[in-house]
Each structure stands twice: as C-alpha cells, then as structure tokens.
Design a protein around this ligand. Structure first.
Ligand SMILES: Nc1nc2c(ncn2[C@@H]2O[C@H](COP(=O)(O)OP(=O)(O)OP(=O)(O)O)[C@@H](O)[C@H]2O)c(=O)[nH]1
Length: 391
C-alpha cells in the first residue's frame, strides 16, 4: 500500500466545466443553416461533385470565408517569434510537479525514508496516478535498499530514465504529409474550455510555417465566440476559415470545408468542434455524425482525431479519453496548459492507461508554445537541472 494514502487522500477529480448556455448574438451574421440532410449529402458525394469556386460555394452556403491578410500574418509571426523561444524547463518550471521535485531534492540531501515518502507524495499529487507511482516507487525503494545509488544525483538520473522510458512509446509525432492524403483532415474534439480552438490556431501557424496550405472549419457552432476566435487565428496566419452562422449544423460546416479543401487542393484541413461533456450522449452522437458525413467524401477522413486534454484536469482526463474514444475513436492527444500551475503528471497517467500518441503539448498561449511532444525535453523540464551541491 502506498504510504501516501495513510497521510492524506488525493484531491478529488476536478469537475469538468459547464457547457456554455448561450452564444453571443453578434457573432451570428448569417442565419443558421438547417441541419445537415445526410440524404442530400449522399447525392453530392455519390456524384463525386467537386466545387468549382470555393468562395462562391461558401457564400451560397451562408458561410463566411475569411482570407487572412498576409501583412497581419507576418506581424503575428514576428510577434510570436520575437522573444527567444522559451525552453521546456522555463515553461514547466511553474508546474506543481517541477516545483515539488525541486523542493524535495533541495531539502533532502540523504536518500532516507523521509525523502522517498515525499517523492511518492509529490508524484501522486502531481497526478502521475497510483499505478505508475507504485511501480516507480517500488523500484526506487528496492534500489535504495540495495544501496545502488551513491547520492541523490544518481537517484535523480534513475528517476529521469524511468520517467522518459514511460513516455517514449507515446512520442509519436503527427505527420500530416503521410500517405499523400489531400487534404489531411484533422478533427479536434474535447470537453469545454480545454483549448481546442487555440490549439487549432497554433497548428495552423505551425503548418503554414512548414509551407503547407491550410483550411480551417469553424465546426464549433455552439459558442459564437469560437468562430470569431478561429477567424482571428485565420487572419493572423493567412489561412481561410469556413464558417456558417451560429447554431448551424456542425457536420454541415465541416462537410462544406472538406468540399472546399478538395476543390482547392488544400493540404491540411483542421476542423473545430464544440466543447462537450463526455457525459452528454446527444452531443457525443454529433461526433459520430461528423465522421459519417466526412466519410461520404473521403472514406478515410478524418485522418486524425485529436482529443485535446487540459493538463490541469487531473485524473478525470482518463474518463474523457475513454468516452471520446468510444464515441468517435481517438488517434492522438494534445495536452494543453502544462505551463503555469498544471500538475503535469497526467501525461504519465495517460501514457500508461491508453498508450495513445501524444502529438503536441501546450506550454503557453502563443502560437510558438504548441510543441511537438518530446519525452526527453518534457521530463528534463520537470526535473531539477542540478542538485546545487547536494548531489
Ligand atoms: N496557459 C495556457 N493557456 C492555454 C493553452 N491552450 C489554451 N489556453 C487558453 O485556454 C482558454 C480556452 O481555450 P479555447 O481554445 O477557447 O478552448 P476551447 O476548448 O476551444 O473552448 P470551448 O469552445 O468552450 O470548448 C483560452 O484562454 C486559451 O488562451 C496553453 O497551452 N497554455
């Protein structure tokens, strides 16, 4: 039994945020489109019709196709790149995990029981999860018992190696050029407020910087501000956004966007969806509908279903992955908000529980703060750089 439980129960799972009850009226410049008629889509898709003029199509569909101003995009890029890119350590230093570990190694020069107990508590409170913590601590206690470590520095090296080994299997970057799919369709899903729209903006920035053509689909038709937010990212990065009025059918918007992307030869299509609690069966069904209608144009689409997880969520993230995986099938994860006060340990819990690729992590709000997940950099960012004479 873990010693931690004898002292203090773990924090209760953080509740997921509520669904927004209303949408801002001013964002709905166009009337909501009627719900998507899947029979009509069969007719379009079956006929293999491609759209001749994407702009005209978007307008006809009551959509707003906002092309970004390259000058704005350049300014945004300057703004994002101007200060030197901050290191992983810099970004993760504020996390509960990093601060806890730094403090333990500073206060305990000796590898005694007090040190090991505190380390165990730190892992658990940082949301690493009971199973992983048990594994890790059993191994460290055994090796300390055998006097395998000459000093705290040697134990730190062992801890680093163990943590990296746990994350290496999920270090699988997303290759949007894979298989020559055009467009490569990314569908982003997740509960409310986890950072889906922001992540899409950052991805658009990243792919544009890789000289890829990108189109965004404003499929979050529930929260009007999400459409504006996406259009702002689109403008900043000179990326078109396909949108319809608020309350429009999400599947219809994303279907339009895929048609448009195909007709333009766009390389990457990224679709936003409304935040939904994993307990809302109706909204979860909507995701299945999106997959169905995309499949009518391209049976393999979406090529990536990215589930965005808020890094501060704690163990509730496990339930979210489970439910979204059942509803739509998840192929990759993005863990956001690992900067600031996030505990960070949930990344280890997710890796152990699901083994799903962690494609990106969010280390801040700026475009350049979305990083391709790297196990070594992440673990090094959490662990103390040096033991300041205690090693
Ligand atoms: N510090 C930090 N903030 C982030 C990060 N990613 C997103 N955010 C912030 O999180 C908040 C919510 O982000 P959104 O992109 O609106 O979240 P969403 O999932 O689209 O929200 P809904 O549409 O309501 O479901 C915003 O204030 C973002 O700036 C990150 O990696 N770090």
């Amino acid at each position: 039994m873990l010693k931690f439980w004898k002292k203090k129960p773990p924090a209760a799972d953080q509740a997921t945020p509520p669904v927004p009850a209303s949408v801002a009226a001013d964002a709905a410049a166009t009337a909501p489109a009627p719900p998507l008629d899947e029979a009509a889509i069969d007719a379009i898709a079956g006929g293999g019709t491609d759209i001749a003029g994407a702009d005209a199509y978007a307008d006809d569909a009551g959509g707003a196709l906002s092309d970004g101003d390259p000058a704005d995009a350049a300014a945004a890029a300057d703004e994002d790149e101007a200060p030197a890119r901050r290191s992983w350590r810099d970004r993760l230093a504020g996390s509960g995990f990093a601060r806890g570990l730094a403090s333990i190694f500073k206060r305990h020069p000796l590898l005694d029981d007090a040190f090991l107990d505190e380390l165990e508590t730190c892992l658990l409170t940082a949301d690493v999860g009971v199973a992983t913590t048990t594994d890790l601590m059993d191994d460290l206690r055994r090796r300390v018992g055998k006097r395998e470590f000459a000093d705290a520095g040697a134990l730190l090296d062992a801890l680093r190696a163990d943590l990296v080994a746990r994350l290496k299997p999920v270090e699988q970057p997303l290759d949007v050029g894979a298989g020559g799919r055009k467009p490569f369709v990314i569908l982003t899903v997740g509960v409310n407020g986890v950072g889906k729209t922001t992540t899409i903006g950052k991805l658009a920035h990243r792919y544009k910087n890789e000289y890829r053509s990108v189109l965004l689909a404003a499929g979050d038709t529930f929260r009007a501000a999400a459409v504006e937010q996406l259009q702002t990212w689109g403008t900043r990065n000179a990326v078109s956004v396909i949108a319809q009025g608020s309350g429009a059918d999400s599947a219809s918007v994303i279907f339009d966007a895929l048609q448009t992307a195909r007709s333009r030869g766009t390389e990457v299509l990224i679709a936003d969806t409304a935040g939904r609690l994993h307990t809302q069966a109706g909204l979860m069904d909507e995701l299945a509908k999106i997959r169905r209608v995309l499949g009518k144009i391209d049976p393999e689409a979406p090529h990536e279903v990215l589930l965005v997880i808020d890094g501060t969520t704690g163990q509730n993230a496990i339930n979210q992955v489970r439910t979204f995986r059942e509803a739509i099938g998840v192929t990759g994860l993005v863990v956001t908000k690992l900067d600031g006060t996030a505990k960070g340990g949930v990344v280890f819990a997710l890796a152990r529980e699901f083994g799903l690729p962690i494609r990106y992590v969010g280390l801040g709000e700026r475009a350049a703060d979305l990083r391709v997940f790297e196990a070594n950099a992440f673990v090094d960012g959490l662990l103390p750089a040096s033991l300041g004479g205690h090693g």
